[in-house]
Write a protein that binds this ligand. Structure first.
Ligand code: GLC
Length: 477
């Protein structure tokens, strides 16, 4: 099968969140199963020079966008067996950031339209275009309304994956006329609740709709989670499927990870201890194996559950624990955490920013990993934490509910709580702290977590099955 994976970010070229990890790892897994899987990305200014080395210019073409006709260059580069295309237009992509501009509606309408135009200029006709989040949501809409009769495009099927329904790409309706350039009869496809909503268009037009965990697929039917799209999603439930993400277990491997002070695996878990000491030292905490070291690597946003942490903060710190938080985000949380680091010197420490190496050290050094999200479509950090033997404490929502099971039941690999409530979270932390006093029990629990399999092999098979189903092929996973 020929699969073109359209994304606004992908590891190792450009990353702002979990979508980049999925784009980098899923495509590699699909490719390794013998399918021609290629990726297309915008050629952002932020892609580092060393990743640009070896990019080859293929050709250029013009992309129509309402009254505009914009230059688009195509570059290509093969990374770990997967061919990447990069679409170049400096006006749109040579900016100080990858998202967050007044004309994001235009920038990603351009990208989506250019992905389709590109197919006229490369030696690859996809059977499937797999689109992700609002930035590529117009691809199924353009395909259906402008390209469907063309021979090269006639048989292409589309998959659209919702990584987070909170970000829909909803803009003023004037975008329809001044930016999109759809036939007027097609404007209703993107119109929703008085806005021009890109994600809504994809949900309408895609051949298959997926999201990143089975529990989140169910939650999307509910107005508490769906940010206004629930009435529409309820009518599309028949084509929606939740497929749990995996992680790149080669890249995230404590037995080889060069960022760690000492490598370890389930066979020599005692080598995890020097990583705890190193993290304590680097973060300015008392170097001491006795307190439970709680780690958090997170965006500092309310849906990540930061309000529970701030509400129960004093009570958490009354326990014999240390806390390390790495992340950036909303000023109120940054300020709160900085202040607490001053209040609890040697016991609480915060790094505002994103540093991949330090994040890996935190997974390796922490005893437990706290992720009390209000909503979490999938979540990758809890899986990485388990891979590094840091036991997760999570709220049961979305992919957290599908990947973490409480030690109280069968197949336990973490601590869970159900209600979005600071005291229920505190209870789970207390249970972890109390179990930590029993080294034999703790060792068994760390083993249970570290041995969980979150590799992409299972989920890649599910996507391949879906692609085959769309093409009317026998599912031969
Ligand atoms: C989004 C979601 C996160 C998910 C990631 C990859 O960032 O918020 O839960 O893991 O996408 O699908």
């Amino acid at each position: 099968m020929n699969i073109l994976f359209a994304s606004s970010e992908a590891v190792p070229f450009i990353k702002s969140g979990g979508l980049a990890d999925v784009a980098g790892a899923l495509t590699k897994a699909v490719r390794n199963r013998g399918h021609a899987c290629r990726v297309v990305l915008p050629l952002y200014d932020q892609i580092p020079d060393e990743m640009r080395a070896g990019m080859k210019f293929i050709t250029y073409f013009n992309t129509p966008l309402a009254w505009r006709n914009q230059y688009c260059g195509i570059f290509e580069k093969t990374e770990k067996n997967v061919k990447y295309y990069f679409l170049d237009n400096e006006y749109y992509f040579k900016r100080g950031n990858i998202y967050g501009f007044y004309d994001d509606a235009e920038r990603f309408a351009f990208f989506s339209r250019a992905v389709l135009e590109m197919i006229n200029h490369i030696d690859f006709i996809p059977d499937i275009i797999h689109c992700n989040d609002w930035q590529t949501a117009l691809i199924p809409v353009y395909l259906e309304s402008l390209y469907g009769l063309n021979d090269r495009f006639r048989n292409i099927k589309t998959v659209f994956t919702i990584h987070n329904v909170a970000y829909q790409g909803a803009f003023d309706t004037s975008v329809m006329q001044y930016v999109l350039g759809l036939p007027e009869s097609a404007n209703h496809i993107v119109e929703y609740n008085g806005a021009c909503n890109y994600m809504k268009g994809a949900i309408e037009q895609c051949d298959a709709l997926t999201t990143v965990s089975p529990t989140y697929a169910g939650e999307l039917m509910d107005s508490w989670f769906a940010h206004g799209l629930d009435p529409l999603l309820q009518t599309k439930e028949h084509k929606l499927r939740g497929i749990l993400n995996g992680i790149d277990t080669k890249s995230y491997d404590p037995s080889t990870d060069p960022a760690l002070t000492k490598n370890y695996s389930v066979q020599n878990l005692k080598h995890k201890a020097p990583n705890k000491a190193a993290l304590q030292e680097e973060m300015g905490l008392a170097v001491d194996p006795a307190p439970v070291l709680i780690g958090m690597v997170t965006r500092l946003a309310s849906h990540k559950g930061l309000d529970l942490v701030t509400a129960a903060f004093e009570q958490i710190m009354e326990l014999p624990v240390q806390l390390v938080v790495l992340g950036t985000g909303e000023a109120q949380y940054q300020d709160f955490l900085r202040e607490q680091a001053d209040n609890y010197p040697g016991r609480m420490s915060v790094y505002i920013g994103f540093d991949e190496g330090l994040a890996r050290k935190a997974y390796a050094g922490a005893d437990v990993f706290l992720m009390p999200s209000q909503s979490e479509p999938c979540g990758l950090s809890q899986m990485i934490a388990m891979r590094y033997g840091a036991i997760p404490i999570v709220r049961l929502t979305g992919g957290l509910a599908d990947s973490v099971h409480d030690f109280g039941g069968e197949g336990g690999n973490g601590y869970t709580f159900a209600r979005y409530d600071p005291w229920d979270m505190l209870d789970a932390i207390k249970r972890a702290q109390s179990d930590y006093q029993n080294p034999d029990l703790w060792q068994e629990q760390v083993k249970a977590a570290i041995q969980c399999d979150f590799s992409w092999s299972r989920s890649a098979g599910e996507y391949i099955g879906l692609y085959q189903q769309l093409m009317g092929l026998h599912d031969d996973r």
